[in-house]
Design a protein. Structure first.
Length: 222
C-alpha cells in the first residue's frame, strides 16, 4: 500500500465519509480562498471534457461537474476513490482508479482540460506525463496544475527529485518522493511537450508566508 492509500485508508477509518454537496469554489492551494478558481479553465465550462489527475477525495472534480463540465477524477489510490465516490457519487462527477499515465495513454478521446492539484504532476516523473497530457488535449485545450513551490523553504533544490515527509492522519510521518522543479524549467518542459505556457502564478498560502508556497501553471495546446 503506497503512502496516499495509507493516508486515505486512515481517513476512512477515522471519519467515514458522508455525502457532500459540490464545493462552491475550486481550490489550487491547501488554503481555501487563495488565488484564482475554476475561471483559469474558461468562463463557461458547460459541456467541457475535463480530467483531474490525482483527484483525492474528489472536491475539485465535483466542483467542476457542478459547473456543467463532463469531469472524471483519476486516482491511483483505491481508498481515495472510495472517499470521492462516497462524497460525490450522487453528482455528475465520475471517478476511476488508475495511475495518471495509464489513463492518459489508454484512452483516446480528446480533452478540453486536464488539471492536477498537488496531484500526479509533481508526484511522479513529470516529463513523460506532460507529453501524455499534450497528446490527449484537443486544440486550444488547457493544462493547469499546482505543486508545492520549489522555493517554499527559501531555496530551490539543486536536484529536482527530492524526498520529503507527509503527516498521516494518525500523526505518524511518511516519506514521499516529489519533483521540485523551478518555474523556468517547467516552462521549458512544457514547451518541449508541445504546450505553450499561459500563466505562472506564485501563490502565498497563508498570505503572510515569507516564501511562495504554491506554484500554479497553466499551458495551452496550440
Amino acid at each position: 500500500m503506497d503512502v496516499w492509500d495509507v493516508h486515505a485508508a486512515q481517513r476512512l477509518a477515522q471519519d467515514p465519509p458522508e455525502q457532500l454537496p459540490p464545493p462552491l469554489r475550486m481550490e489550487w492551494t491547501q488554503r481555501s480562498g487563495t488565488g484564482p478558481g475554476a475561471e483559469l479553465l474558461g468562463n463557461d465550462l458547460a459541456g467541457r471534457r475535463i480530467v483531474e489527475l490525482g483527484c483525492g477525495p474528489g472536491h475539485n472534480t465535483a466542483h467542476l461537474a457542478g459547473l456543467g463540465a463532463h469531469v472524471t477524477g483519476i486516482d491511483s489510490s483505491r481508498s481515495q476513490i472510495r472517499r470521492a465516490t462516497a462524497h460525490y457519487g450522487h453528482t455528475e462527477a465520475s471517478f476511476i482508479r488508475s495511475t495518471a499515465s495509464t489513463y492518459l495513454n489508454r484512452e483516446r478521446d480528446k480533452l478540453d482540460a486536464i488539471v492536477s492539484v498537488f496531484g500526479a504532476i509533481g508526484l511522479t516523473e513529470p516529463f513523460r506525463l506532460l507529453y501524455s497530457c499534450s497528446r490527449r488535449l484537443d486544440r486550444r485545450g488547457i493544462l493547469a496544475f499546482s505543486v508545492p513551490h520549489p522555493q517554499r523553504t527559501g531555496t530551490i533544490p539543486t536536484n529536482p527529485r527530492t524526498t520529503g515527509q507527509v503527516a498521516l492522519p494518525d500523526g505518524t510521518l511518511a516519506m514521499v518522493v516529489r519533483w521540485d522543479i523551478d518555474p523556468a524549467s517547467w516552462v521549458r518542459a512544457l514547451n518541449r511537450a508541445g504546450l505553450l505556457v499561459a500563466g505562472v502564478h506564485n501563490l502565498f498560502a497563508p498570505a503572510d508566508a515569507r516564501w511562495p508556497t504554491t506554484l500554479l501553471i497553466t499551458a495551452r495546446k496550440p
